[in-house]
Design a protein around this ligand. Structure first.
Ligand code: NAD
Length: 245
């Protein structure tokens, strides 16, 4: 029971990677896992499956709602141990064709959303003297990718924020750790519509010759969220089967 007693928050927790993390944390005995998402159906399913999961309808872009959610968590639990900034979207196009709206929307969710959540919960962890923040970046944030100017900018930005916060939240001796996971290509609803040609190309460039499973990301998040990783901070862990460009 690696998460015993821990109060956890996972954004984008209703499906895909977020859902797999919510399930792993719940199975490993978390006191409560708040799954935050816009997808109420997915949240209800999780709540009915796990006693220690609470679904909360929340957009990571809504700063007022996030401030209210923080008050609620602190009133109910008195603390937060783990924050996973996982919610993310794509709006792909070559730069010539990318609209300003595509750019703004992806920045708002993937980059500012991570800032919005961490601005509320990071200081609470620092006050308590401990905590673990996990930001979900991407291989695309390290290597770039055709058609993903907006997405790559956010995922690279998430890595820069991870390193900054690792330093900021550890001031005054606080054991608040901040790390990022950079998944390769993982089977989730986000990647299910990728053309077969792209999937085959990705597999051929991946040392393990396959796409990853959501559980393989969730297991890494579990390690970073648990006390087993107590001396790891400011790191970007690639979980990509050896994908190289
Ligand atoms: P997904 O689309 O399957 O799930 C994303 C979830 O986030 C959905 O439930 C959605 O409702 C939620 N969401 C979207 N906007 C939101 C908002 N404003 N507020 C709250 N929730 C919101 O995607 P996924 O594949 O599970 O990806 C999860 C994260 O992992 C994303 O940040 C993504 O960029 C990253 N990632 C995924 C892969 C992959 O191959 N699947 C690879 C690298 C990185």
């Amino acid at each position: 029971m690696r998460m015993e007693g821990k109060v956890c928050i996972v954004t984008g927790g209703a499906r895909g990677l977020g859902r797999a993390m919510v399930e792993r944390f719940a199975e490993e005995g978390a006191k409560v896992v708040y799954a935050c998402d816009l997808n109420e159906e997915g949240l209800k399913e999780l709540e009915s499956k796990y006693e220690n999961v609470k679904g909360y309808k929340l957009s990571v872009t809504d700063r007022k709602a996030i401030a209210e959610f923080k008050e609620k968590v602190i009133a109910e639990e008195g603390k937060v141990d783990v924050l996973v900034n996982n919610a993310g979207i794509t709006r792909d196009a070559l730069i010539q064709k990318m609209t300003e709206e595509d750019w703004d929307m992806v920045i708002d969710v993937n980059l500012k959303g991570v800032f919005n959540m961490t601005q509320q919960f990071g200081p609470e962890m620092m006050k308590a003297g401990k905590g673990s923040i996990i930001n979900i970046s991407s291989v695309v944030g390290i290597y770039g990718n055709i058609g993903q100017t907006n997405y790559a900018a956010t995922k690279g930005g998430v890595i820069a924020m991870t390193k900054t916060w690792a330093k900021e939240f550890a001031r005054k001796g606080a054991q608040v750790r901040v790390n990022a996971i950079a998944p390769g290509f993982i089977k989730t609803p986000m990647t299910k519509d990728l053309p077969e040609k792209v999937i085959e190309l990705v597999k051929s460039k991946t040392v393990l010759q396959r796409m990853g499973e959501a559980k393989e990301i969730a297991n890494t998040a579990l390690f970073l969220a648990s006390d087993e990783s107590s001396f790891i901070t400011g790191q970007v862990i690639s979980v990509d089967g050896g994908l190289v460009l």
